[in-house]
Structure formats: C-alpha cells, structure tokens
Design a protein around this ligand. Structure first.
Ligand code: UD1
Ligand code: MG
Length: 455
C-alpha cells in the first residue's frame, strides 16, 4: 500500500504567512498529524504533494521516509494525486489523504483499507446535518455509490443529499493511474477533480465500497483559525478523556493543553489551565495547581505543586512542595521533600532531601546538601559576565536572608551565614560567618525637614 497526502493548497482563509499544513494542533503541524496516522499503517511509499510554501513545509517535516512530489500549479485534487502517482508504482492500492484533515485515526483508515482490499475502491463518507460546500455521494436505487458531485456542480436535488465525500479514498494503483489520466476539468471550478474517478470505477465495473469513520470529527478539515481552534479542542478533549479513563482527575477537561507526552500515575490531580510540553511524567498522587506550564519534567510521587509554576527540564523527587510562582530551569534535580516557594528560580542545580528555599531566591549552578535552609532573597552570583561558577552548600547549612553567594564558593556542613552577607570566600563548617557592615547608631543626628509653604 502506498499513501499520498495532498498538501499543495494555499490555505488563503488562514490569513497567515505560515503555510496551512504547518499551522499547529497541539504544537505539531497539521501535516505531522496526518504523517503520524499514515506511518502507523506502514505504507511501502509515503508521498506528500506540496506546492504553496513548499520549501518551508519540506524543511519543517524533512524525514527519510517521505517522497516529495511538487504540484507547481494547483489544478485540483485529481491533478495533485497525479503528481504522487509519478513516484508510485502500480502494485497494490493507493490511499489518498488530505494534509488539512489532521484528526483522521489510523483505525478508521485501516478499516477502509480492509473493506476495499486490493481490487475495490474504498470511499470514506459521512452523513452531515449541514453538508454545504462538500462533494455529495450519489447512490442508485439499490444504494450503490455511482458518483460524487461537487457542491458547485450539484443540482438542487443533489444538494439535499446529506452523505458527503470526506476526500479520503483508496483505489488499486494501476486503475487509479488510468482513471486520473482520463480526468477532465470541464466543471464549475475548472479543476481536475479526484472524486470524478468514482464514476469511472463504476463504469469499469469496479465496486465502490463506502465506509464511515468511527467518529465524525476525524474527517473535519481546517480552513481558517476558527476551525483550527475547534479541532485543537477536540484533540485536547480526546487526550483528556484517555487520561480520565485511566483514573487521572482533570478538574476541567475543557481547560488543559497537552502538546506532547503526558504520563500519569494513580490518583494524579490536575487543576485548570495547565500546559504540558515534551515529555512530562507525574507519579502517583501528584497534585498540580492551576495555570502551570511543564515541559520535559519528571515529578515524583505525592509532590504538591501550587498554582502558577513554570518548570522545564527538571526532575522533582517525591513529596516535594512547590510554588506558587516557582520556576525550575533545565538541569534542576530535586530530591525528596524539597520545598521551593514563591518567586524562587533554580537552574542547573542539585538539591538534596528536606532542603527549603521558600521565598524570592535564585539558585544557579549550585550543589545543595540536605536539610539546608535558604533564607528569603538569597542568591547565587554564579556568573561573572564571562563564566559560570559553582556554589557548593553542604548539609544542615542555614543561610540568612538576602545573602549573596559569590561563586565559586563553598559553605561547609552545619555553617550559618548571617543575613545580608556577601559571601566571597568559603565559609567553614559549623561556624557563623557574617560579611556585612557593622551596625551603628548616631544619637545627635537630625532628620532633614521640608521647607514650610510660603517661606
Ligand atoms: C474536496 C473534495 C470534496 C470533499 C471535500 C472534503 C474535490 C474536487 N473535492 O473539496 O468532494 O467533500 O474535499 O473536505 O476533491 N489540494 C492540492 N492541490 C490542488 C487542490 C487541492 O494539493 O490542486 C489539496 C489541498 O491542499 C487540500 C486537499 O487537496 O489538502 C483538498 O482541497 P480543497 O481545495 O480543500 O478541496 P475542497 O474544495 O474542500
Ligand atoms: Mg477543503
């Protein structure tokens, strides 16, 4: 079996610089979704027919298994299919998909291929309450499909037909090639219509077997940003349903965005407005607060994340307490029961168990031991304008508020750093280290006063 994906259309109604098939659903180009569904069928050949924005489309989706066929001028879906036939052979069947129908499911396509076999035509159709704009499926009195008529060419009686052409079909390669060569563009749009092969198949005595998709939304196309948003919601709702069926609590499945892989353990709870990118793992009992964005993050069991957190490239241990408003950047590894509070940013740092940084801190390129208390406003000065340096904080250290740790620097086990210290040299174990101006009080000092009005 060989698959052609028609993707040469301009997508004028998107009103965008980005070619239509590169517009995203769940962060992935529309065409990538169709390619995924196609690849799951293991076709012998996979061809994308490209035209508008071709260079950008090819650069974005480049892969060794894709054969690219250019359609320089968009003369219709039949003409587009012909371009794919130039890279196909005559063995077996050809399945034709549209680049702007992204939610088509592999199972539906497999069922269509099974129905058609190698010697019949398979046609994916659907009954719509409002069939306006689509090609209509015309059947004879016995109920057999005899042809497809485009909306613009249809009579009033034909327009009343509710069964429409989804555009997706499969046909024996050798016959398809000969039918395509006989297409004419003598119609309302002056185009070579792919659906015209249906009448040719019937004339040649080849049976056309129509089949409906498992769900209607699989065949919805994207022509503008409104439809793009509608399909995004359908996609997200499906992802949410799968998670909820597996036991995840999603407080509002209409307010979740999964743009990659989301793996959840048992009794995970996700509040509204969260966004997941890349690969995110939430272990058993994780509670994720509202409006958090997680990208390539692993969260250990029973960790609680308060609202408005932004985590990327981080590994969080079990029983962590994070947020609200916490930021973890790549290279952050937190062990068990680490607390990261509001407006704390951590980058490329390893933090051992039971350590707390609860308020307004920056820890960058730091190795932090266990049971350390990082006071409010403590920052590592890890960057000298040219190089990054490490800060090492050993177990049981207490760092007073508003201290600056000028790296490279090390704080020994059990040390206490007085509030407001600018630490430029290593601090010894178990001692109090202070580095701030001594406090003085001037008793004879007089506060300046404002001149009185009129003076
Ligand atoms: C097509 C069908 C119609 C069907 C509808 C389903 C034809 C003539 N009509 O109509 O029966 O109900 O889809 O959505 O096929 N494309 C090319 N090159 C071209 C023209 C189109 O690659 O020269 C591609 C487009 O990028 C798109 C697909 O083919 O992915 C469909 O083209 P479109 O113009 O949207 O066809 P419709 O008028 O919607
Ligand atoms: Mg269309």
């Amino acid at each position: 079996m060989q698959i052609a994906i028609l993707a040469a259309g301009q997508g004028k109604r998107m009103n965008s610089q980005l070619p239509k098939v590169l517009q995203p659903i769940a962060g992935q180009p529309l065409l990538a979704h169709v390619l995924n569904a196609s690849r799951a069928l293991s076709p012998r050949k996979l061809c994308v027919v490209y035209g508008h924005g071709g260079d950008q489309v090819r650069a974005t989706l480049a892969a060794p298994d894709i054969l690219w066929a250019e359609q320089a001028q968009q003369l219709g879906t039949g003409h587009a299919t012909q371009q794919a036939m130039s890279v196909f052979d005559d063995t077996g069947s050809v399945l034709i998909l549209f680049g702007d129908v992204p939610l088509i499911q592999t199972s539906t396509l497999q069922a269509l291929l099974d129905t058609a076999g190698d010697s019949h035509v398979g046609l994916l159709t659907v009954d719509l309450a409002n069939p306006k704009g689509y090609g209509r499926i015309v059947r004879d009195t016995q109920g057999s499909v005899i042809r497809i008529v485009e909306d613009k060419d249809a009579s009033a009686a034909e327009r009343a037909i509710r069964e429409i052409n989804t555009g997706i079909l499969c046909a024996p390669a050798r016959l398809l090639r000969s039918w395509l060569s006989r297409l004419s563009n003598n119609n309302a749009q002056g185009e070579y219509y792919l659906p015209d092969i249906i009448a040719m198949a019937v004339a040649d005595g080849i049976e056309v077997r129509a089949q409906q998709p498992a769900q209607e939304w699989e065949t919805l196309g994207v022509n503008n940003k409104v439809q793009l948003a509608e399909l995004e919601r359908i996609y997200q709702r499906n992802r949410a349903n799968t998670l909820m069926e597996a036991g995840v609590t999603i407080l509002d499945p209409a307010r979740i965005d999964i743009r990659g892989e989301l793996i959840c353990g048992r009794d995970v709870e996700i509040d509204v407005g969260c966004v997941f990118e890349g690969r995110v793992e939430l272990a058993d009992g994780v509670k994720l607060g509202a409006y958090s964005v997680l990208k390539n993050v692993k969260v250990g069991p029973l960790t609680r994340i308060a609202p408005f957190c932004h985590f990327e490239g981080a590994e969080i241990g079990p029983e962590g307490v994070l947020g609200p408003f916490a930021r973890l950047r790549p290279g952050t590894v937190l062990a068990q029961d680490v607390h990261v509070g509001n407006f704390v940013e951590i980058k490329n740092s390893q933090i051992a168990a039971h350590t707390k940084a609860n308020h307004l801190s920056y820890l960058g390129d730091a190795t932090v031991g266990s049971r350390v208390n990082v006071g409010a406003g403590v920052i590592t000065c890890n960057y000298d304008g040219a190089n990054k340096h490490r800060t090492i904080i050993e177990d049981n250290v207490f760092i007073g508020s508003d201290s600056q740790l000028v790296a490279p620097v090390k704080i020994g086990r059990g040390a206490t750093i007085g509030a407001g210290t600018t630490l430029t040299r290593d601090a010894p174990e178990d001692a109090l280290t202070l580095g701030r101006a001594r406090q003085i009080s001037l008793s004879g000092w007089v506060r300046p006063t404002k001149p009185k009005k009129g003076d």
